[in-house]
Each structure stands twice: as C-alpha cells, then as structure tokens.
Design a protein around this ligand. Structure first.
Ligand SMILES: O=C(O)COP(=O)(O)O
Ligand SMILES: [Mg+2]
Length: 225
C-alpha cells in the first residue's frame, strides 16, 4: 500500500474546519505511513495524530516544520522574520491579521505568518511580492511564506527520512498549498471542493466534497487506481 500524505482543512474537515468523524478509521487502519501535511501550526497536526492514535508524522506550516516520530527530529524551513516584516507593513497600512487578541492561529507558528481571509488579500500579495515572499490562499487563511517552502519540500524530506521515494506517496488535498505536493507524489487526488490550482495539479478529482471526497480517494488508492 502507498504511504499517504493528507491535508487537514477542506479534506478531513467540513467547510467550518470541523473534523469529519468518518476519517478516523481509515487513517488509523492505513497499512502504510500516514503523514499529515497542513498549513496549520505544528501543535494542530501533532494533536490530530495523538488523538487519532497514529505515529506523529507531520508536515506543518506548509512545509516550514517537519517532524517524524520515527527519527524524532524536528526540521524547520522558511523565513519567519521576512514573513513578520510583511505583516508589519500590512498592519501599518491599516489592516490586521484578523484572528483576535489571543490568536491561536499564529501563536505557535514558527516559520511563517497567517492572515484571516476576512482581511484584504491584494495588499498582502503586493507587500509580500515586494519583500520576496509568497502568499498561499488556502481558502481558510492567507499564509505569508518563503518562496522556497511548500508541502512538496516537506514531502521530499519525509520520504527521504522514511526510506521512500516521494513518488511512492499518494496525496489528498484541496487547495493551492497542496499543488506542489500533488505534483511530487505518485498519485494525487483533489477533493471536489478543491480550488483550480489543486485540481489542475492532481491526477484525479473526486466526486465527493470534503471528507466524502477523502473517503472516495482512499478507496481508489486502496484499489490501486
Ligand atoms: O491552515 C490553512 O490555511 C489550511 O490548512 P490545510 O493545509 O490543512 O488545509
Ligand atoms: Mg486544505
């Protein structure tokens, strides 16, 4: 069976980021390594693995942080200072991150900064471009990220550390932050709610949306199609 790289928001969750309980069993029972690959900060995918009862294997922050329980190593990529400089200019222009005072979205984020989709995107894109940074719009947040960091970089590292080729992996996801990983993985499914970038990069698009799409994708991967 192929090892699996799976996105969280929009793939294992509904539109409101709530986990669909039907994804628990296939992830728990998958007969090869499962890597949770997300734009979320490290504690979220680590927590998800813990609650699922599967080994902690995560690509977090769009590839900025990679951890595998197998070798117990935590690897970081990215340019947090450059991301911070972008959001400082964005805030100076009168915008805000949009997550409220406590901001659990960025509180434990170490390599990039995420802005709420309630905030204007174009000025963020313009400032990021002028600072040599990239913005991922996942549909759930805008991520200010170093241009050489994405989930494909994470997948390359995970594959090497686990003794696989990246092309051995099957990947499932829903948005432009999954596209690089889709291109690198041997098999890639976008769920039906995926954005155009993810759909184009995928080998197939499921009929179902959100977790229905994920369940359909794992059936197809299991069946070797
Ligand atoms: O954090 C986000 O914006 C999206 O997270 P995801 O990569 O798990 O979909
Ligand atoms: Mg997603």
């Amino acid at each position: 069976m192929q090892p699996l790289a799976v996105d969280i928001d929009g793939t294992l969750t509904d539109d409101d980021r709530a986990l669909d309980p039907r994804v628990v069993e296939p992830l728990r029972e998958w007969p090869a390594p499962v890597v949770v690959a997300t734009g979320k900060a490290l504690p979220y995918p680590v927590g998800l693995c813990e609650f699922l009862g599967i080994p902690i294997r995560v690509i977090a922050e769009n590839g900025g942080a990679v951890y595998l329980a197998d070798d117990d190593e935590l690897e970081f990529h990215g340019d947090r200072e450059a991301a911070q400089a972008v959001v400082e200019r964005y805030e100076a222009a009168g915008h805000e991150l949009g997550w409220g005072e406590v901001d659990f979205v960025n509180r434990w984020r170490e390599t990039e900064v995420a802005v709420s989709v309630d905030q204007p995107l174009q000025p963020l894109r313009d400032i990021a471009a002028s600072e040599g940074m990239h913005v991922f719009d996942t549909g759930y947040a805008y991520h200010v990220t170093a241009p050489d960091v994405d989930k494909s970089r994470g997948l390359r590292s995970v594959a090497r550390r686990l003794g696989y080729d990246p092309a051995d992996f099957a990947a499932v996801g829903d948005s432009e932050n999954d596209a690089g990983m889709f291109e690198l993985a041997g098999t890639a499914y976008a769920v039906a709610n995926a954005d155009a970038t993810a759909r184009t990069a995928a080998d197939g698009v499921t009929e179902g949306s959100f977790a229905d799409g994920f369940l359909e994708a794992v059936e197809r991967i299991r069946g070797g199609s």
